[in-house]
Ligand binder design. Structure first.
Ligand code: NAP
Length: 337
């Protein structure tokens, strides 16, 4: 079986390798074995390759990939007879760690059956991004009161990313004032054209701060939902209201948050990190089910949020990685075993 693995920390283009694993994969007692149809290449996957490998010493490598859609090929013995899943079901592995491969064993609890109307290209990118966006909004609401949010404006950086576009959609739907901030004017226009009522500025425009202030139309910017960090956040700070919340969930711009301590202290900013991983044990089961059903509903209603930016074979994974990091990409990148 072919799988993409990593045995050292570093740049994905250098440290990832496609190998043949000799053993036939078997599901553990509480797992299912899934034949991968399509696996997404998330920025987070590349970030983990660069910064967070935990390489089991006995094997000497770690498999990469975190979300995929596939077909259940085998059930672990404790899963058989439970009736929730059967061989042949189409499921999303959420998460499916090690899914840049022909097949992957995942806990049965994380195998989510996909309704027939949701295509593979949407299913394979849906849940991590959707759940992340919902967790970011939960984080925002824990940090800023409804009253302050209702009277203010919320800035969403990295506006051309899927997560940010989902955030703009949700904020808009909830009647909250949002301002998108992309890096290029081309991307800003694409996002604004996609969602009625959403306004997006571009940091490549010299007057982007004035544009943001103008879109805010007199409202205070009481929150930033940020996946860029670094210099962009540094330049956003003067635009923020005192006590503003900075919800940070990604580091496309480098890794330093971009807010200095005197600003945090004197302007009483509240900084909250968000990871989708908390969804699994922080969000009650009924809300989780609701999130999953809402994600499928949204995929059906607004497929333009879930475009395809490229599909590559496992052998061409280097091209897939380059495509993920290429500017002005319009859609998600996948590996197809
Ligand atoms: N905390 C969590 O649990 C969690 C979960 C999922 C994702 N994330 C993070 O969320 C972010 C977005 O992920 P995604 O999967 O939605 O991304 P995506 O859809 O793959 O979007 C990537 C886009 O980001 C834009 N971009 C890249 N570098 C940028 C920069 N320096 N400044 C502004 N825009 C930049 C590029 O658009 P243009 O070329 O059009 O500018 C690029 O096409 C990533 O940082 C990811 O790690 C976090």
């Amino acid at each position: 079986m072919k799988a993409i693995v990593q045995s050292a920390l570093g740049e994905p283009a250098t440290v990832l390798k496609l190998i043949d694993i000799q053993d036939t994969p078997q599901p553990g007692p509480e797992e299912v074995l899934m034949d991968v149809k399509l696996a997404s290449v998330h920025h987070g996957d590349l970030g983990m390759t660069r910064f967070q490998p935990s390489i089991p010493e006995d094997v000497g490598y770690v498999r990469r990939g975190s979300e995929a859609v596939g077909i259940v090929r085998a059930l672990g013995f404790e899963v058989e007879g439970q009736g929730n899943l059967k061989v042949g079901d189409r499921v999303i592995g959420f998460p499916a760690l090690g899914s840049w491969a022909e097949s992957v064993a995942i806990p049965a609890l994380t195998a989510i059956p996909v309704p027939p109307e949701v295509g593979d290209e949407v299913a394979a990118q849906l849940l991590i991004n959707y759940v992340t966006a919902r967790m970011i909004l939960r984080g925002l609401r824990k940090t800023v009161s409804d009253e302050v949010l209702g009277g203010g404006a919320i800035l969403v950086t990295g506006a051309s990313t899927v997560v940010a576009r989902l955030l703009l959609h949700f904020l808009n739907k909830e009647g909250l004032k949002s301002i998108g901030l992309a890096r290029s004017a081309v991307s800003a226009k694409r996002v604004a054209d996609e969602q009625r009522g959403v306004q997006v500025a571009a940091t490549e425009d010299a007057d982007w701060q004035a544009q943001v202030t103008s879109i805010a139309a007199g409202r205070k910017i009481v929150g930033v939902l940020d996946c860029v960090s670094g210099a962009v956040v540094e330049d956003i700070v003067p635009l923020l209201a005192d006590d503003a919340a900075i919800i940070t969930y990604g580091a496309l711009g480098g890794g330093q948050l971009g807010v200095n301590l005197p600003n945090i202290i004197n302007r009483q900013f509240v900084i909250r990190g968000v990871t989708f991983g908390r969804w699994f044990y922080e969000v009650p089961r009924e809300e989780q089910i609701n999130d999953i059903q809402s994600a499928f509903k949204l995929a059906d209603e607004l497929p333009s949020l879930f475009k395809v930016g490229g599909i590559y074979s496992l052998a061409d994974f280097q091209q897939a990685i380059a495509a993920v990091e290429a500017p002005n990409r319009d859609g998600f990148v996948f590996l197809k075993p």
